[in-house]
Write a protein that binds this ligand. Structure first.
Ligand SMILES: Nc1ncnc2c1ncn2[C@@H]1O[C@H](COP(=O)(O)OP(=O)(O)OP(=O)(O)O)[C@@H](O)[C@H]1O
Ligand SMILES: [Mg+2]
Length: 157
């Protein structure tokens, strides 16, 4: 299924909800072109988790860890990781006690988490603020995660 986003405020709203309902070991892969809104979404997720520290894109570090929220946030950007992804030890994060958010995660291929929710963010050709976000689930934990997100979005909008 997919949802329509009209402006950055709605992206923020979705992100807050994701941060509020995330459970330990949930994995979220963010897919979308440059400037689609992957980092913007991650910043809102951090706020939803109760993290007030500034979230910066981990492009040059691959991973940034935030421990001060309700559960840990592991923010990864694997745009530049092509070879040897399986040697990075990302599985320890994927199976850990936090929420892993992986920008460009679809490039990991066989090093992807076993169970993950993928959000595919598509820009609109005619409106710079519009997005379509497609939800794809890979595994039962992802399905439960998606359902918690949609339930909370519907209840409070
Ligand atoms: N509805 C929207 N949701 C999210 N961002 C939006 C929206 N409308 C406009 N924007 C703008 O689009 C840009 C998204 O940038 P962001 O860094 O989050 O993208 P990204 O997907 O992480 O890109 P990159 O692949 O380069 O890391 C921001 O400048 C933001 O203000
Ligand atoms: Mg980014």
């Amino acid at each position: 299924m997919s949802i329509l986003i009209e402006n950055p405020e709605q992206t923020e709203q979705l992100a807050l909800v994701i941060g509020e309902v995330a459970q330990p070991g949930d994995n979220l892969v963010l897919t979308g072109d440059l400037g689609a809104g992957k980092t913007t979404l991650t910043k809102g997720i951090a706020r939803g988790l109760g993290i007030d520290q500034m979230v910066k894109s981990p492009t040059y570090t691959i991973i940034r860890e935030y421990q001060q929220g309700r559960i840990p946030l592991y923010h990864m950007d694997v745009y530049r990781v092509e070879f040897g992804a399986s040697e990075l030890g990302l599985d320890d994060y994927f199976e850990g006690d936090g929420l892993s958010v992986i920008e460009w995660g679809n490039t990991l291929k066989e090093a992807l988490p076993q169970d993950y929710l993928e959000l595919i963010i598509n820009k609109d050709e005619s409106d710079v603020e519009k997005r379509t976000i497609d939800f794809q689930t890979f595994g039962p934990q992802a399905t439960a995660f998606k359902e918690r997100i949609l339930l909370k979005l519907a209840c409070c909008q």
